[in-house]
Design a protein around this ligand. Structure first.
Ligand code: AMP
Length: 217
């Protein structure tokens, strides 16, 4: 099973993809997390990606596609994946389809998290991320028990360079121009479901599970 989780930056993709993956026993593959890990490790891929990520621009398709296809070949992805932040362009979606088709697979569902623009800015500028395990926190709605320390792994929390007000505005524009057209691509294939992403994390998780037909009380 392959599920694509879409939505603008700050829609809650990372938090919800992690929940959904756990609930369905699928791997959570987040392109942004993989890029940040490569940047932190100083790999050649990380060096190619760094300027784009810091400016809120899309990393070139060939760099991201190679990274994701390699990840999808790993054993934990064989039962299926929740893709978070990928694909982000039509070209990426087409390569993904071809790669899945060559393994007799396909994208089974695309879920769009719909969140009002005003909520996004507040979510992103108050967001903190764990440097080690990338767990996301929000200073008011989902604060860590000890300030600046990750509850899950004890890592240091930090604010992403691209979560500043100025860069968030640019990322939203990039989403509208380059990624939003993908919604029509999945809609035409009858696999797009729009889900209200406002409200508590648990409520949104339940809506997503229901949209996939796996809701459980
Ligand atoms: P995210 O953590 O999903 O918000 O991604 C952070 C940044 O990583 C984005 O602003 C882009 O610079 C880069 N990025 C993540 N996924 C992709 C992708 N599929 N295509 C191109 N760039 C990406």
């Amino acid at each position: 099973m392959v599920v694509v989780l879409m939505g603008p930056p700050g829609a809650g993709k990372g938090t919800q993809a992690a929940r959904l993956a756990e609930r369905l026993g699928l791997a959570h593959v987040a392109s942004g997390d993989l890029l940040r890990e490569a940047i932190a490790a100083g790999t050649s891929l990380g060096r190619q990606a760094q300027v784009y990520v810091e400016r809120g621009e899309l990393v070139p398709d060939d760099v991201v596609v190679g990274m994701i296809l390699e990840r999808l070949g790993q054993p934990d992805c064989q039962a299926g994946v929740i893709l978070d932040g990928f694909p982000r362009t039509l070209a990426q979606a087409e390569v993904l389809d071809k790669a899945l088709a060559s393994r007799s697979g396909q994208v089974n569902a695309a879920l769009e998290l719909d969140v009002p623009a005003g909520v996004i800015l507040e979510r992103l500028t108050r967001r903190r991320i764990c440097r080690d395990c990338q767990a996301p926190y929000h200073l008011e709605h989902n604060p860590p028990a000890r300030s600046d320390i990750c509850d899950r792994c004890g890592g240091e929390l930090y604010q992403r360079e691209d979560d500043t007000e100025e860069t968030v505005g640019h990322r939203l524009q990039v989403y509208a121009e380059r990624t939003a057209p993908l919604l029509a691509y999945y809609r035409q294939r009858g696999i797009l479901r729009r889900v209200d992403g406002a409200g508590e994390v648990d409520e949104v998780a339940e809506r997503l599970a229901r949209a996939l037909g796996t809701g459980a009380a």
